[in-house]
Design a protein around this ligand. Structure first.
Ligand code: S3P
Length: 185
């Protein structure tokens, strides 16, 4: 049963005390974009996705950027795009799974935004990323193996986010509720 939100944790009350952008971090497939968009709708804030912004700036898909110019080039663009998106205005930003690993980007997000680590079981992530072939890091490999390795490398960084929310197999709106509760605290 979904608890009735108290007045203090209503989206309007939460929005009024959000004083920084909210940045979703975590592994690919966890639903940063889907949940970020819904969170933004609930709060009446703009939503941006850093991968979409990189694609718009480059005029190329993420997969093509990796293929044509390599991962380092993509990471450099990712760092610059996220620095541009964190401009002090209130919004919800979904980042690509590797963004928070970059020390400069991580420091910027931790200082100028509220980071939310979205997390899910590897089996759930593997199933979700297998549905699409747009992610270069898992395109030619077993998604579960890659995601397990990435979790081992990256969880130490994601865990620096002040908010940690599990995104299970349940409805996305339940995850949004949990983020709203955490933001209200
Ligand atoms: C990546 C995650 C992707 C995208 C790129 C690299 C990563 O974003 O930025 O394929 O390094 O984990 P999503 O997390 O939105 O899938």
């Amino acid at each position: 049963m979904t608890p009735t939100p108290s007045r203090n944790s209503s989206p309007t009350a939460i929005k009024s005390h959000i004083d920084k952008p909210v940045v979703l971090v975590g592994l690919m497939g966890v639903g940063k974009s889907t949940i970020g968009r819904r969170l933004a709708n609930r709060l009446g804030l703009p939503f941006v996705d850093s991968d979409d912004e990189i694609e718009a700036a480059a005029g190329m898909k993420v997969g093509e950027l990796f293929e044509n110019y390599g991962e380092d080039y993509f990471r450099d663009g990712e760092r610059r795009v996220i620095a541009r998106l964190i401009d002090g205005s209130h919004k919800i930003i979904a980042t690509g799974g590797g963004a928070f690993v970059n020390p400069e980007t991580r420091a910027l997000i931790l200082k100028e935004a509220t980071a939310v680590w979205l997390d899910a079981d590897i089996d759930v992530l593997a199933e979700r990323v297998s549905r699409r072939d747009t992610r270069p890091l898992v395109r030619d490999s077993d998604p579960k193996t890659v995601l397990t390795e990435l979790a081992e490398k990256r969880n130490r960084y994601y865990s620096q986010a002040p908010i940690h929310v599990h995104s299970g197999e349940g409805a996305h709106e339940e995850t949004v509720d949990r983020i709203l509760e955490a933001l209200a605290k």
